[in-house]
Structure formats: C-alpha cells, structure tokens
Design a protein around this ligand. Structure first.
Ligand SMILES: Nc1ncnc2c1ncn2[C@@H]1O[C@H](COP(=O)(O)OP(=O)(O)OP(=O)(O)O)[C@@H](O)[C@H]1O
Ligand SMILES: [Mg+2]
Length: 329
C-alpha cells in the first residue's frame, strides 16, 4: 500500500473568543498520498480554511488551536511540534498559497528577490544561484520574459501574474505538499482557468501532492484525485473523484452537485439550491448535523449522529440512508 504523505486524524480545532471557546472543526480525518490532489469543498464557514491552517500550524497565529487529533506528515505528528520546528517545515517541505496574491507579496522587493530570499533561507543558496533559480521558477509558472519580470515589483503585474509569482515562490524549495486555499477566487474567470491549468500541469511535472480548497465543485472535478466534502466543521463525504461525482452518497453532496450550473441546472433550467443555511458548529442540531436541511430526513437522523462509513472502495459518507434501501436519493 502506498504510504500517505499526509494523514489527519480526528482533528478538532477551535478559537478562544470573548464568548469563550468556539469549535471550528470537528474530528476531521483525511489523507493524501504522494503525488495526489485532494480537494476540500463545502459552503462558506464549513471549516475548510481552518483545517488547512491547522495542518500548517498557522492556526496558532490566527488565535486558534488544535484541541485534539493528529496531523501526521510522513508519520511525524505536526500537532505536537514547536513553532521553531514548524518554521523549518513551512516553506520547504510544505507551503501554502492563499486567495489574495497581493497579501503574500511584499510591495517593496522585486518578485525575483522574494523568491530568491526563500531559497537563501531554506536551501542556503548563494545570491547568484538563488536568483537564477528564481528566474527559472518564473519561467516554469509561465511568466513571459522571466529575466525582465524578475526585476519588477508586484504593483507592476496583473493579479493573475502575481498569483503565478506566489505559486513560483511556494514551489521554489520543491515542497512535498502544496496547500492552496481558494487560489483563484480573487481573479477573473479566464485567469482562474489559466491558474488551474497551471496547477494541474505542475502537479503532473513535479509530482507535488496538493491540498486544494475550493467551494467550486467544477474546479474540484477538474483537478482532484479525491474529494472531501465538509459541512459545519466536519467531513460528511470523502472518496475518489469519479465515485463522489457519479455516485454521491450524502444528500448534502447530492445537493452541491445539483447546484452546479451546467450539470443538472442546464437540463432542468432552474438551478437547485439547498434549503436553509449552514448551522454554527457551536449550535449544532441533534443527531445528524445536516438533518434540518435534508430532503430524506428520518427519525433516526434526529437522534443519532451518523459516523463516516466506508464502502469496499474506501468511499466514506456519514449518512444513515446508506443503511436502508434508498428511494430516489
Ligand atoms: N479567527 C477566528 N476566530 C474565531 N472563529 C473563527 C476564526 N477563523 C475562523 N473561525 C470560525 O471557524 C469556522 C470555519 O471557518 P473557515 O474559515 O475555516 O471556513 P471556510 O470553509 O474556509 O469558509 P470560506 O469558504 O468562507 O472561506 C467558522 O465558523 C468561522 O467563524
Ligand atoms: Mg476559507
């Protein structure tokens, strides 16, 4: 069996706030094998970003913490590491791309200098070697005339170009895991598609494992090997991308898929929306967290929380419907 590069087990996280402790993720478990891409999808507030911040241990800086669970990176538990150790891991073994490229770039240094700086720090390269590698990275991410562009400052570039620079910076030290949190939402649609194509190309060429966060099922379909669907702080379904798309098992996933324009919407004319809204993880309903919005709700769903149940192919879903014969699910 291929070893998991990343394995998250029962990760529960939260924040200390004025109102006391608030939970943000609830026993999240997921795994990524070498060279694989896992997409986390789900509505706003479902815990996608907090999961990724916890994996990188950046949650500590956002005022949050890991309450329980493990983050095994090549078998090593990052949840128990000191920040000084995490600083060595972040940027070299795993790196992250955020939604807004401008916030990741420093306006007072040229983009080439910023990439070179990471290489000097993590790879102890000489100034010249780091600069040459920075130019090479800009070429790799499809920036034309990289020797000239490397001397430019972020404000001299478009949003899409800046996101390419951020990707070049994230990949410069050859990380084994790249985490991208909604890397295209701040960009316009054509540029979004180019950035996704770039990620898919880099994944093939560099064999980097990717954790991609998006609320867009269409994006996930294009790039993922596996998909995890989050709802109110928990994973409710997870499996290989074709299985989740062709045989979704959780009514929430079925709802999400039906709400993509062009899949069901095109035929039916009207776009499907899931009734109701996502509950706060701190005021969850009894039993199944999805039951107030579920079209198939049963008596048992109000009483008992369904655990993630795996089928023989490792496709997991947290729904009692799978235990009884389905009718039109
Ligand atoms: N700094 C914080 N302090 C308190 N609560 C927070 C903080 N950051 C996130 N949360 C809470 O954690 C939960 C999960 O938020 P998260 O940002 O992970 O959602 P998300 O799935 O990434 O949503 P989006 O699609 O909008 O980015 C939410 O209930 C949110 O209010
Ligand atoms: Mg987010």
């Amino acid at each position: 069996m291929t070893q998991n590069l990343l394995e998250v087990r029962n990760l529960t996280t939260g924040f200390h706030t004025e109102r006391g402790f608030v939970k943000a993720t609830d026993r999240v478990s997921l795994a990524i094998q070498e060279g694989q891409t896992l997409c986390i999808v789900g509505e706003s507030g479902s815990g996608k970003s907090v999961t990724s911040l916890a994996i990188m241990r950046l949650i500590d800086y956002a005022g949050g913490f890991i309450e329980s669970g493990e983050v095994l990176f090549k078998g090593d538990n990052l949840a128990a590491k000191k920040q000084t150790d995490m600083m060595r891991i972040r940027g070299s073994k795993m790196s992250m791309i955020f939604q807004d490229p401008m916030s990741a770039l420093n306006p007072v240094f040229s983009v080439g200098d910023q990439i070179a700086e990471t290489l000097r720090i993590h790879k102890h390269m000489s100034d010249k070697a780091a600069w040459n590698k920075a130019v090479e990275m800009l070429r790799l991410v499809g920036i034309p005339s990289p020797e000239i562009r490397a001397r430019q400052y972020p404000h001299e570039m478009s949003g899409g170009m800046c996101q390419r620079v951020v990707i070049a910076m994230a990949l410069a030290c050859d990380p084994e895991l790249l985490i991208a949190d909604e890397p295209t939402t701040a960009l316009d649609v054509t540029v979004q598609a180019q950035i996704l194509d770039l990620l898919a190309k880099l994944k093939r060429e560099l064999n980097t494992s990717i954790l991609l966060i998006t609320h867009d099922m269409g994006v996930a379909a294009e790039i993922a090997d596996r998909i995890a669907v989050m709802y109110a702080g928990a994973i409710v379904e997870e499996g290989a991308v074709d299985e989740v798309f062709e045989q979704p098992r959780h009514p929430y996933t079925i709802g999400l898929l039906r709400s993509i324009p062009g899949i069901e919407g095109e035929r039916g004319g009207e776009l499907y929306t899931i009734k109701g809204s996502i509950p706060s993880i701190n005021e969850l309903p009894s039993g199944c967290r999805f039951h107030p919005r579920c079209p198939h709700v049963m008596e048992r769903c109000l009483r008992e929380e369904p655990p993630l149940m795996a089928d023989e192919r490792g496709h997991r879903a947290a729904c009692w419907l799978d235990e009884v014969p389905k009718e039109g699910a």
